[in-house]
Design a protein around this ligand. Structure first.
Ligand SMILES: Cc1cc2nc3c(=O)[nH]c(=O)nc-3n(C[C@H](O)[C@H](O)[C@H](O)COP(=O)(O)OP(=O)(O)OC[C@H]3O[C@@H](n4cnc5c(N)ncnc54)[C@H](O)[C@@H]3O)c2cc1C
Length: 626
């Protein structure tokens, strides 16, 4: 059948999920004529699973996306229904913002933003094939015969690619939420030499709130003081809704155990590998059989629906078993299930087949992002979408790739982990994955990244002005606090009021703020010149002063890391020619073509001894002027 040649674009994004949205907006904001395609426009920024954005590690990603000029932070600040800062009892490195989202509004607001964006077209259409000429992508073909040409294409197909739903013994090809799966593209990608593998994830049932008995649960309210995700917002107001905590029990576990044989997971129907950190309830009952109960949070899906999300209870057991085990949970005795739990299997790429700029190693100017790269989670997807969008633009303009390393951003940790270390299950970000997490805090993402977003043309004037004001405020105030001295008698009542050891000698306000019981806001009692500054600036000042010693120590570690990371390796190097390098190492290095000695050191199968051989070889070549 003859293709119908349509309009040309510079960048085409296959998918309008969390990755596709950031990729499309980034490319358009960097001035490239961009087309976003989605099988169904109802899937634009669809939250197919948990109705929340953020959490440990994920909140850091959202802040970094925001700092670089991405959209997720702004969108959740417009549509959240509850906000909580997690881990506040621990240090600032793991403080993580998490917000419950109104799913429908989250989708609507993101779709509106995309529809209004200059240079960006959003169309409903299913891509069935890539147009590839001489190893370079040149466009896409839709199942309508429409062919769109472009200089770069970004694949962000999520859990739709050869999506297959499993509920007990029954299964059928489908995307999430009953939307159609994308089958033909999967087959054609293989024809273009793209290796695909099967991953799986699962979601719990949705239950009507009116059928629940909250008197048997523990209310989980949001924080009184709401901290915005976006650095563009200083304060937010919201009539917050609550989540509810309840637990499974032995009755729940027994029903599940009695039906292990009917679970798609244990029945062997599912071949895809699932996320270790998001196990299904049958997986938990099986793996942690000694546990008497598992906690489950009942989370509202939005203000315009009575549907509740049953967190921690995803399953692929048959519907009748679901009906039975959900009703054993206190508060769910009369549960009315509006959508059954299910598992979904889908095709994704092996991230070893990607370069550090998320470009395919097989096809030039083909970029990949999101769940398609083997990650799991809205935030992980959005972060990759943003970087794929940026790098597609840089590549078509012949510019160097934009790479964030592990000491600069969680986004750097995420992408380096995927493409250098690989993953054999859906990858989820966690603070424990970041070596330099005291420096990669969520509160300073803008100080680390906004200037870089500005030089890419992604950060607009308004954001840059706000950022500059904040950095000035922080610098000026840090200096003033260090130079302002208080004397013991002056602070007597203040120390008493704050149950702090009385001063023996004069001290600067900065040193006083180092005391754990003293906060910047409390200092106002004895510091009449305290200026009015933004809440984001206050957080910055407090953390930088209170953790100064630890932060400086980590900065030293980063300097050592940068030494190896800064040793760039030529992509033309044939490692089999380097004497002293072990065969396994030279094979791995030739396969990966690492960008730097630092990246080479993280490839499994490359030992510190190999890195030493390489270092000596590079030093010798440098002296010979090569
Ligand atoms: C059942 C289920 C359970 C999940 N559980 C969890 C969990 O527990 N924890 C967690 O962190 N995350 C979970 N997720 C994952 C989370 O939803 C994804 O990580 C996130 O949505 C990935 O974003 P994405 O942009 O990569 O893909 P998606 O949000 O899936 O978007 C993909 C987009 O691609 C489009 N598309 C696909 N194929 C084509 C084509 N051929 N042509 C045109 N458009 C196409 C779709 O229309 C859609 O717009 C779950 C997802 C599902 C479905």
């Amino acid at each position: 059948m003859k293709q119908i040649l349509m309009e040309d674009y510079n960048v085409i994004v296959i998918g309008a999920g969390h990755a596709g949205c950031e990729a499309g907006l980034a490319a358009a904001r960097m001035g490239e004529k961009t087309l976003m395609l989605s099988i169904n426009l109802e899937a634009v920024a669809m939250m197919a699973c948990n109705p929340s954005i953020g959490g440990t590690g994920k909140g850091h990603l959202v802040r970094e996306i925001d700092a670089l000029g991405g959209e997720m932070g702004i969108n959740i600040d417009k549509t959240f229904i509850q906000s909580k800062m997690l881990n506040t009892a621990k240090g600032p490195a793991v403080h993580s913002l998490r917000a419950q989202a109104d799913k429908v509004r989250y989708h609507e607001e993101m779709k509106k933003t995309i529809e209004k964006e200059k240079n960006l077209d959003l169309k409903q259409g299913e891509v069935i094939d890539l147009i590839v000429e001489e190893g370079q992508v040149r466009g896409v073909l839709l199942n309508t015969g429409a062919a769109y040409r472009a200089k770069a294409v970004i694949i962000a197909t999520g859990t739709f690619l050869r999506g297959k739903i499993f509920i007990g013994e029954w299964s059928f090809f489908s995307g999430p939420n009953g939307l159609s799966a994308s089958i033909e593209l999967a087959d054609n990608l293989k024809k273009h030499g793209i290796k695909l593998r099967r991953f799986k994830t699962g979601t719990p049932a949705r239950i009507l709130g009116s059928s629940l008995d909250y008197s048997k649960m523990k209310e989980q309210a949001g924080d009184e003081k709401i901290v915005p995700f976006s650095f563009m917002n200083d304060e937010l107001e919201c009539e917050q809704v609550s989540c509810w905590l309840t637990y499974t029990n032995n009755k729940t576990h027994q029903i599940i155990r009695d039906n292990f044989h009917r679970s798609a997971l244990f029945g062997g129907q599912i071949e895809g590998i699932g996320p270790r950190y998001c196990p299904s309830i049958e997986d938990k009952v099986n793996r942690f059989s000694e546990k008497e109960r598992h906690q489950t949070f009942i989370e509202p899906e939005g203000r315009s629906t009575d549907e509740m999300y049953i967190q921690g209870m995803s399953s692929s057991l048959p519907e009748d078993v679901q009906e039975a085990f959900y009703k054993t949970i206190p508060g769910l005795e009369n549960a009315k299930i509006s959508r059954p739990a299910y598992a979904i299997e889908y095709d994704c790429i092996d991230p070893f087949d990607l370069k550090i700029n998320l470009e395919s190693r097989q096809i030039k100017n083909l970029f990949c992002a999101g769940q398609f790269n083997g990650s799991s989670g809205y935030e992980e997807a959005a972060a990759q979408g943003l970087l794929a969008g940026i790098n597609a633009c840089l590549s078509i303009n012949g510019k160097n790739p934009f790479v964030l390393d592990r000491s600069e951003a969680y986004i750097g940790v995420l992408i380096d982990d995927l493409v250098t270390k690989g993953t054999n299950e859906p990858y989820r970000i966690m603070t424990s994955r970041a070596e330099y997490r005291l420096v990669l805090r969520q509160d300073n993402a803008d100080l680390r990244l906004t200037k870089r977003g500005h030089s890419l043309g992604l950060v607009n004037m308004e954001r840059f002005a706000k950022f500059s004001t904040k950095t000035e405020q922080v610098e000026k105030e840090m200096k003033r606090l260090a130079e302002t001295i208080v004397f013991p008698n002056q602070a007597l009542r203040f120390m008493e009021k704050n149950v702090s050891t009385p001063l023996q000698n004069k001290i600067s306000l900065a040193d006083l703020l180092k005391r754990p019981e003293i906060t910047y806001d409390k200092l106002a009692d004895i510091d009449k010149d305290q200026p009015k500054i933004s809440s984001h600036a206050k957080t910055q000042i407090e953390v930088q002063i209170k953790y100064e010693g630890y932060i400086n120590k980590q900065i030293k570690q980063i300097e050592r890391f940068k030494k190896l990371e800064g040793k760039i390796i030529s992509q033309e190097l044939d490692y089999s020619k380097i004497e002293g390098l072990r065969i396994e190492a030279s094979q791995k290095l030739n396969q990966f073509k690492p960008l730097s000695l630092g990246q080479a050191s993280r490839i499994s199968g490359v030992s510190p001894a190999d890195i030493n051989v390489l270092l000596i070889y590079m030093e010798r070549e440098r002296r010979r002027g090569k």
